[in-house]
Design a protein around this ligand. Structure first.
Ligand code: TXA
Ligand code: MG
Length: 317
């Protein structure tokens, strides 16, 4: 048995009493509750003001637990689980009947992942049930990547934020579902498409903006700051279109060298991973500056650049 800290003990106690705890993961902070507690799950939806048609991700400590949750694991799902768990990938699989309909919005599938954060893995190992955990933000707003983001959103609503520091990956997990045992990406995310294809070959992406999406994380406006945001290829020329405005800019690696702007550079060393890690915390930061608009630079459309563009695009509506 591993040593368990005071914080983990407190989190175990709260969760076992059907309360909610915000938990760190390597992607973003989650708002966690016991999947078998109707009280906890309803409280996740009401705290987030999330519609019930939007299903939750189930977090488990190890791949052995998967057999208690799902009925069927396609071969390619096994390969993916071996390659990437614990990690930033969620698999959507046919659910066992004991998984409550509230978790899955009545679907016959359930989204599952093993997160890669030592505190949360330790917590999950000490619980008798898996945790449902959507990102710990009100529905539609920017996901939290630091404990203070969660506190800003929910300090009056939840008992505890388990402090695991800043999230290392910084955007949500990549969601992969199966149709006739063939994998399909429902949400681009922290695990790059190229890495997935290296394990199972070419994969279809259904990451479209739809009104009734398979994964409602794909609703057009999502992950959005309250400041009006633009996504463009050429930030400097967009800036010129907004004279007399307080403008914040979010760029990949190169400064615009313009003192009139509030500027955040996501990765001076031009690393897509570092840019992803810093993305949401930078949007949170710009959103707090009382700017009139935010102008974000479009990323190269490969690897994590694709996932970053996806999130920036959803921030623009
Ligand atoms: O990185 C992450 O995935 C974070 C951390 C906390 O693990 N969680 C997260 O949860 O992003 P949330 O609730 O913000 O996004 C979950 C997404 C939603 O878009 C939901 O529609 C989709 O997962 N989803 C859940 N169950 C599904 C299912 N059965 N079929 C299709 N999509 C599903
Ligand atoms: Mg979310």
């Amino acid at each position: 048995m591993s040593i368990i800290s005071k914080d983990i003990q407190k989190a175990v106690q709260l969760l076992s009493n059907e309360e909610l705890v915000a938990i760190p993961t390597e992607t973003v902070y989650g708002l966690a509750g016991n999947i078998f507690s109707e009280k906890a799950i309803k409280s996740i939806f009401s705290t987030k003001k999330r519609p019930f048609f939007n299903p939750l991700i189930v977090h488990i400590p190890s791949v052995e637990v998967l057999d208690n949750i799902v009925n069927h694991i396609p071969n390619k799902a096994k390969l993916l689980a071996d390659a990437f768990w614990p990690g930033s990938m969620t698999l959507v699989l046919k659910k066992k009947s004991k998984i409550p309909d509230l978790i899955t919005a009545g679907k016959d599938t359930v989204a599952v992942r093993i997160p890669n954060h030592p505190l949360t893995l330790n917590l999950l190992e000490n619980l008798k049930f898996p945790l449902a955990a959507p990102s710990a933000n009100p529905f539609g707003s920017i996901s939290p990547t630091k404990p203070e983001h969660v506190a800003r959103y929910f300090k009056n609503d939840i008992e505890m934020v388990l402090d695991g520091g800043a999230c290392t990956n910084g955007i949500e997990s990549t969601i992969i579902g199966f149709e006739d045992d063939e994998p399909i990406i429902y949400r681009l995310g922290a695990l790059a498409l190229e890495e997935i294809e290296a394990v199972i070959g070419k994969i279809t992406v259904k990451n479209k903006k739809e009104h009734k999406p398979d994964a409602p994380g794909m609703l057009a406006r999502h992950y959005a700051p309250s400041t009006r945001t633009f996504l463009v290829d050429d930030v400097a020329s967009e800036v010129k279109k907004h004279p007399n405005k307080k403008v914040g800019v979010l760029v990949f690696y190169q400064s615009l060298n313009n003192d009139a702007l509030t500027e955040i550079i996501l990765s001076k060393k031009k690393s897509l991973q570092e840019a992803a890690t810093n993305l949401y915390s930078s949007l949170h930061e710009l959103d707090l500056q009382n700017l009139d608009i935010i102008i974000a630079e479009r990323f190269p459309n490969n690897d994590l650049g694709k996932s970053i563009n996806d999130r920036l695009q959803r921030a623009t509506f």
